[in-house]
Design a protein around this ligand. Structure first.
Ligand SMILES: NC(=O)c1ccc[n+]([C@@H]2O[C@H](COP(=O)([O-])OP(=O)(O)OC[C@H]3O[C@@H](n4cnc5c(N)ncnc54)[C@H](OP(=O)(O)O)[C@@H]3O)[C@@H](O)[C@H]2O)c1
Length: 258
């Protein structure tokens, strides 16, 4: 059970789609104010309405997280938040004939998955530090464990977010601020649909949101799922890289192995 006092003010970026929307509903209850963000007006209004019917107070914010001034201007005046889930993200992949990821997409991924995520942290941190508490959850991915040939930039951004979150956790723990790295496997979503390669153990977003909420309640440093895929992906980081490359290739994620 969530202690509504503990999670009185919850902010979620990218709350208009799969995982973010399911998380919004997961935290929507009386006593909680949700700060929900996205770009798509219709979907943001729909998610907000569903959260309202569950008894939550809802504030919505539409902006492109690549607009750093707008992002700061929204976040800095909010004051101390109990939980910030940095979820907005995007993906790209190499072309079917091995074409490189389009440069505009590379820049967008670095901006959205990495720079904006870091800016959200920096913008909400001063108020958390002044109060001496708070929790920040960063959406990484199981793709952070080993670079998949079909999605190099996505894997790079998610590996960076994993390292960033681990570092923040150690840095901020003495001040009572919790930081959690979330590493989902495949979760049904437009982004997941667009990804090439097999998608074993595909979870619906609602199931992912429940697993994330439970992990955050327990302040788990790393919230990774589903178990078999998590275990397998972890091994890819531990095994010799040449062997991991062969495994990834055999499983249908591109490349020729070593
Ligand atoms: N689905 C998976 O299999 C999977 C696995 C591992 C990790 N993840 C991570 O989980 C997070 C959510 O993924 P998802 O599958 O739910 O993706 P999704 O359905 O594609 O949703 C992406 C969300 O990010 C927002 N967003 C993207 N670019 C934005 C921008 N420039 N400015 C503002 N908002 C932006 C979107 O908002 P609008 O649509 O309103 O623009 C949307 O709410 C991502 O960080 C993703 O990397 C997903």
């Amino acid at each position: 059970m969530i202690d509504p006092g503990r999670y009185g003010r919850v902010l979620i970026t990218g709350a208009t789609s799969a995982i973010g929307a399911a998380l919004a509903l997961e935290y929507a209850r009386q006593g909680t104010t949700l700060y929900l963000h996205g770009r798509n007006e219709t979907r943001l209004a729909e998610v907000a309405e569903r959260c309202l019917t569950r008894g939550a107070q809802v504030r919505t914010q539409r902006l492109d997280v690549r607009d750093s001034s707008a992002l700061r201007a929204w976040l800095e005046p909010l004051g101390p938040l109990d939980l910030v889930i940095v979820n907005a993200g995007m993906n790209t992949h190499v072309g079917p004939a091995g074409e490189p990821e389009p440069w505009e997409s590379v820049e967008a991924l670095l901006d959205v998955n990495l720079k904006a995520a870091m800016l959200v942290v920096q913008a909400v941190l001063p108020a958390m530090r002044a109060r001496g508490g708070g929790q920040i959850a960063l959406l990484s991915s199981l793709a952070a464990y080993f670079g998949l040939p079909a999605t190099p930039v996505y894997c790079a951004t998610k590996a960076a977010i994993k390292a960033y979150g681990e570092a923040l956790r150690g840095w901020l723990a003495p001040e009572g601020i919790k930081v959690n790295v979330i590493m989902p496997g495949y979760v049904e979503s437009p982004m997941c649909d667009d990804m090439p390669g097999p998608k074993p153990f595909l979870w619906p977003p609602e199931r992912a949101a429940r697993a994330i909420r439970k992990g955050l309640d327990r302040d788990k440093a790393r919230i990774s799922f589903p178990f078999p895929l998590n275990w397998g992906a972890w091994w890819l980081a531990v095994l010799p890289s040449a062997l991991s490359s062969r495994i990834v290739c055999r499983l249908g994620y591109g490349g020729q192995g070593d």
